[in-house]
Design a protein around this ligand. Sequence first.
Ligand code: ADP
Ligand code: MG
Length: 743
Amino acid sequence: MLTLETPIQFVKGIGPTIAKMLAEKEILTVEDLLMHLPFRYEDRLNPRALSELKPGETASVIGEVRGAVLLRTKKMPIFEMTVGQGVQSLKAMWFHGKYLEGRFHAGQTVALYGKVDASRSGRGLKMIQPQFEILPGGNDDALDRVLEVGRITPVYESLGGSKLASRWIRRAVWNILEELKGIPETLPSFLPRSVLRRLDLPSREQALREVHFPPAGTALGQLQAAGTPAHKRLIFEELFYLELGLEVKRRKFQEKTGIAFETDEKVRAALREILPFHPTAAQKRALGEIAADMRRPAPMRRLLQGDVGSGKTIVALEAMLIAIENGHQAALMAPTEILATQHYLSAKRVLEKAQHKYRITLLTGSLDADRKRAARRRIYEGETDLVIGTHALIEEKVEFAKLGLVVVDEQHRFGVLQRFRLMKKDGGEPDVLVMTATPIPRTLALTLYGDLELSVLDESPPGRTPIVTRRVSDERADEVWDFVRKQVKKGHQAYVVYPVIEGPKGDQPELDFALPDEAPEEPSQKAKKPKTEALFPKLPLKSATDMYERLRAQELSGLRVGLLHGRLDADEKEVVMRRFLRGEIDVLIATTVIEVGVDVPNATVMVIEHAERFGLAQLHQLRGRVGRGGAKSYCILMTGGKISPSAEERLGAMVETQDGFVLAERDLELRGPGEFFGTRQAGLPDFRVANLVRDRKLLELAKVEAARFVAKAKEEATEEERMRVASRLKDAWQRRYGLAEAG
Ligand code: ADP
Ligand code: MG
């Protein structure tokens, strides 16, 4: 009997050989194959007439092969085919099309899908490199005729060359669905009936059937956007199990014992004493939420979200002070050494004002071995109150005497579902506060961060003026340097950022904070779109080190110019940062090490060379280094030569808006969630049918329903349903997300 769990090789017509090919695509069971959804649909019920096509549109057409030739041009062989409908015809062309020779014969019916262009002569139409399918004719078997034509036809990504392409998948899926039809209970509902009813979703069986073979009359647009009830049902189910797992995890976590901190008058006085300014309403609210968490005995897991410059640091510092005043230690983890160093300097500055002498320790990778050892000993012996360092270092090698609170300054790097491997001498689970500058939507944040509560800083500190952002071509570099000089003359400071430390021999990308922001760098991307890349050859890159030498000798001679990058050792970095902070350096030449967190309010100019090389999130972060004081600030995006369309879009977005929320959305659209969050590295699950950006509304719904289900399982579902959900949950989490062990 066929069930969803049946191994694919036991399906009629699929033997061990095909099963092996499918296994490579992670298709092991009947269900896996059914969840391989079409990526688009063709309306072969009402095909478009050639006479109504217009140049510029993307369309699918059905026609008869009239003739085909392989043209041997000087550059490459081009396969050209004429497809006709009555008196109308269209030319289809494939470059390097030798592989198509002999595949088409006059009289065959073909479906083509691609962009329509006017042919060179001006009369008639053509399609360049369309996708194609040869449709069954009178001699093919009946099933082919049912599945391929006269319906809305699903088109699939191939599961193995031309053999396991759309046509094969249609038949296999159809056969499975037919076989399952006769057997009730083989397609059990994994969603409780109450949920289905409430959301008015179709049954699983109906959903699977309609998503593969949409009934006549289904709107094509809705299908393409995965917006039919059938799609929604399958997507919702996947998201429901994700959210259910997170909810269970969160509940389990709530049962752990943490530390119940006190915030009595003495603690509050200590908090007031160090405040350097009036906190904004948003800062007050966030700190209130954090303090409430800290008072509770359950361990805190909270995300503090706030755009660049919204003032997260002081909130974190106050939270750490609560822990310290309660006799615990606090740790602040930063993504880079420079940032750790800066946090250290500013914490020292702020805490100096207090009566009590707080003991602060900086711990970064480039300290020499003796100093590291001494620092670790102080932490272990409880001789320090506040430890500031880089993530890796604190997580891996440090044992605390009495750790009460960990603050993770992640900015826009994601550590989804973090497992903290912090070692402690005592048992109590420390509180954790994660800070991020990426203004991703709430549900998305909660999903990415799993079980965190959320506080948002949605208000800038007073007195900020908008940053003027301009794109400037390399040819006008002289004007840019003149402008920098003028700003320095007015008493301000400037950053100039380069994508690499050294060049061209080394051409070494910044290592301290290398983010795969620029898609073409990724090998997987390279494989996909080599052509566009070739159109935009890379210019030799200017580097921070070379330009430092040049600018201080020439364009910026007479100014105090400094250099900062990830390869300097910790002491050197600290010296440069300190001098820039004190205003002893006018212009800081740097790499993206300054991307996150660096805070020098007197800096008013951010010049980014090779701006096309940076990702949107990076650009936004870099721009966030200026506009931090009262004075008018500028961000100058310099580019040279041709740049790719996607880089154009990024730079355009930067000029258009300064709203981190809008930019994050745009970035998500441009890059897709996988790349945006760095799926693998971030531990973000790979979804089968859901797409976190497209399906945000369903995610929201899934979260609500999952929480409701956990809270009221007994009223909401029968015992049998509950058991089914529980075992499905275990499966889903183990198999799909690999997140089995709850933190
Ligand atoms: P981010 O959220 O990017 O980490 P910071 O915490 O570095 O932002 O704060 C940005 C700048 O704003 C800092 O110079 C900080 O001292 C200042 N700042 C923060 N909160 C306030 C406030 N309430 N009033 C005035 N200045 C503030
Ligand atoms: Mg910060």
